[in-house]
Design a protein around this ligand. Structure first.
Ligand code: PEP
Length: 246
């Protein structure tokens, strides 16, 4: 569907420093982002070092609370003030390292939307689930929490990222067919809620996207771009992945 604008987000995770920020600001010009929404999600402390009109900023996680006694956490309003337009919620590393549940992730997405920012909601199965042939029911359960907590209008403002856990940081990319199968499933799942919502929803693929595999992944009918980990730390690689989404 060519009505959906391609979207590429880089998730730096706990990597990078000011000199990496400078190289991105110097190299990522507005040509790259002409037909693609380009977002960089650096560690929160680096957000204020970015000053560029060529791409948008995002956060990697956020609290589901507004403010208060939550040591180490940061709120939607704080990220908004720091210049973020997007916030990743439910990354598998948050789910695994911090025990985040589907319900908490749905709460976070709702909070992000209430602050008028866009949540990038991650879903994806571990290898054991794929090997057992249970991918669709596993993803459905992750989506159900979101569909229960959010209105159709709110769901329409989300970006979904399908990130099979076995493909994250492993160099084992899902094949274009494997990605497309799950992306189609996700879109059809949302179509049961609302057809127009499903048609407009941007669904990103994440998991070892590199310059040499980006084009075939992004060419799949229901793949609208990517969430990029490792390759988003090298400015030339990230640019060529953005160009592949063009
Ligand atoms: C990610 O963590 O969102 C990711 C997709 O990482 P990588 O590209 O390194 O597999």
């Amino acid at each position: 569907n060519n009505k959906r604008k391609p979207f590429v987000a880089g998730n730096w995770k706990m990597n990078g420093n000011r000199s990496l920020v400078e190289s991105f600001v110097a190299s990522l010009d507005s040509d790259v982002a002409q037909h693609v929404d380009v977002v960089i999600c650096p560690p929160a402390v680096l957000l204020s070092s970015f000053n560029s009109a060529s791409f948008s900023l995002g956060a990697q996680d956020v609290s589901a609370q507004d403010n208060g006694a939550h040591t180490g956490d940061m709120s939607v309003d704080m990220f908004k003030e720091a210049g973020c337009e997007y916030i990743i919620v439910g990354h598998s590393e948050r789910r695994e390292d911090h025990g985040e549940s589907n319900a908490l992730i749905a709460d976070k997405a709702k909070k992000v939307l209430a602050g008028k920012l866009t949540p990038i909601v991650c879903v994806g199965e571990p290898l054991s689930v794929r090997e057992a042939g249970n991918v669709e029911s596993y993803i459905a359960e992750q989506l159900d929490a979101l569909i229960t907590a959010l209105s159709v209008d709110e769901l329409a403002k989300c970006v979904i990222a399908y990130e099979p856990i076995w493909a994250i940081g492993t160099g084992k990319t899902a094949s274009p067919e494997q990605a497309q199968d799950v992306h189609r499933f996700i879109r059809e799942y949302f179509a049961k809620v609302d057809e127009a919502l499903a048609n407009g929803l941007r669904i990103l693929y994440g998991g070892s996207v590199k310059p040499d595999n980006a084009k075939t992944l992004f060419a799949q009918a229901d793949v609208d771009g990517g969430l990029i980990g490792g390759a988003s730390l090298k400015v030339e690689d990230f640019i060529s992945i953005c160009q592949a989404a063009n």
